[in-house]
Design a protein around this ligand. Structure first.
Ligand code: 4NP
Length: 167
């Protein structure tokens, strides 16, 4: 996970949930927004994906979009499935919950990617049970909670990664 980050060799981050329509597109949008605010966009490639194929090609869930929009953040994702080849392409792969984490680890047959696959809430100053709860079947409160958890987690993640940038 730790390596020098330069414009020539940007850092590749992928956020992963189940459907790639609620939690991981929100994380992608927040992290990109923070990177842009700090004028660090040449140093990062940011993406998201799902461990399932349920919603391939769909835009982010309307409740996720509405919540992000309230904070001035547009979600531009189209759902895609996380592929085994992504394990090699990304420097850091951030799972939203334990189930995503298990599925990602299973994709890495020889276990060589363990170091780069982590729970996003490892970076949350208030990690609680370590998971970002699935908001899909619930009301707006769940989506707002997801946004708040991911905002905190992405801020502290970027604080840490910013220290690796060599300008
Ligand atoms: P996400 O939410 O993993 O945060 O995108 C879900 C989206 C769809 C389903 C479950 C969770 N689903 O069962 O279709």
């Amino acid at each position: 996970m730790k390596r020098p980050i330069t414009k020539e060799d940007p850092y590749n981050v992928c956020f992963v949930c189940l459907g790639n329509i609620c939690r991981s597109p929100t994380a992608e949008g927040i992290f990109q927004h923070l990177v842009n605010e700090r004028k660090l966009s040449p140093y990062f490639f940011i993406d998201s994906a799902g461990t399932s194929a349920y919603h391939i090609d769909e835009p982010a869930n309307s409740k996720s979009q509405w919540t992000a929009d309230q904070h001035g953040i547009k979600l531009h994702s189209r759902a895609r499935r996380f592929e085994a080849t992504d394990l090699d392409e990304f420097d850091l792969i951030l799972a939203m919950d334990q189930e995503n984490l298990r599925n990602l680890r299973k994709l890495s047959r020889n276990g060589q990617h363990t170091e780069k696959i982590k729970l996003i809430r490892n970076f949350d100053p208030q990690p609680e049970d370590g998971e970002v709860p699935d908001p899909y079947y619930g009301g707006m409160n769940g989506f707002q909670n997801v946004f708040n958890v991911l905002k905190r987690s992405c801020e502290s993640l970027l604080d840490e990664l910013e220290g690796l940038i060599e300008k």
